[in-house]
Design a protein around this ligand. Structure first.
Ligand SMILES: [Zn+2]
Ligand SMILES: [Zn+2]
Ligand SMILES: [Zn+2]
Length: 261
């Protein structure tokens, strides 16, 4: 879990609330992202010599997250959607190009891919000066399930307000950030999920994010072994919120490591 915070991050600039002033490190939340490290040796994704490390989104805080978690390679990037908090760290991927000496494969829906090409024109279609500091990325469109590193990646269509976005399922694990509705057709894709990371912005309702009670309703329907909430704003203190969540449900925090069978 690289980042468990909402788009502003926690603490928020200029805020003196109790959570923003908290000394609990779990109340310091960078922008939302996870890294999936695969075990085993299945087939490799395109362009990669050895995939073992899949980044989900390139958050605004990617550089700090990579340093804090000692991330030394990224073999592929999956994008959930193109909101600023999920993509504005894209330029940092050139550090991995440099270390790995290879182009990195990026996967996004056609809509998100089009946004990325427009927002990062200097990367995807700008003049590339050899030796310059432009990330070397190759963008692939997600059109259904695909396999990399020996595991199947299942895109899970979600709604983030009116915006279609993707969650991802890998084996019995699912990551559903930034969503306020799971469409009927996506529930079967989540059958039998054991560990889920799910959007839960705050206590009160919000037009584009699940709040705590909506996220808990998803958990009661899916009945995973364990659930972690993410995209958390400064209204939720880690300790006080976890104390009143049901067994098997807790707030995620930056640096959390989950072992998934
Ligand atoms: Zn977000
Ligand atoms: Zn605050
Ligand atoms: Zn968003």
């Amino acid at each position: 879990m690289l980042g468990s915070g909402t788009s502003h991050g926690v603490p928020a600039i200029g805020c003196d609330c109790a959570v923003c002033r908290s000394t609990d490190p779990r109340d310091r939340r960078t922008r939302p992202s996870i890294l999936i490290e695969l075990q085993g040796d299945g087939p490799l994704p395109p362009l990669s010599r050895a995939v073992r490390s899949i980044l989900v989104d390139t958050s605004t805080d990617l550089r700090a997250q990579a340093l804090a978690n000692n991330i030394r390679r990224v073999d592929a990037v999956l994008f959930t959607h193109s909101h600023a908090d999920h993509v504005l760290g894209l330029d940092e991927t050139r550090a991995f190009n440099r270390v790995q000496q290879q182009t990195i494969a990026c996967y996004a829906s056609a809509e998100t891919g089009a946004d990325l090409r427009r927002m990062f024109e200097y990367i995807f279609s700008g003049p590339r000066q050899p030796g310059g500091g432009v990330p070397q990325l190759q963008l692939f469109s997600i059109a259904g399930r695909f396999t990399m590193g020996g595991v199947e990646i299942v895109p899970v269509p979600l709604f983030h307000g009116e915006l279609p976005v993707l969650g991802f399922r890998v084996g019995r694990f699912a990551y559903l950030t930034d969503c306020s509705r799971i469409p009927d057709a996506s529930w079967p894709l989540l059958d039998g999920v054991g560990t889920i990371i799910l959007d839960a912005l705050r206590e009160t309702s919000h037009p584009t994010h699940f709040n705590l009670s909506e996220a808990l309703a998803v958990v009661s329907r899916l009945k995973p072994d364990r659930a972690y909430f993410t995209h958390i704003c400064h209204e939720l203190s880690h300790e006080a919120t976890c104390a009143r969540l049901p067994a098997g449900v807790e707030l995620a925090y930056d640096g959390l490591v989950l072992e998934i069978d």
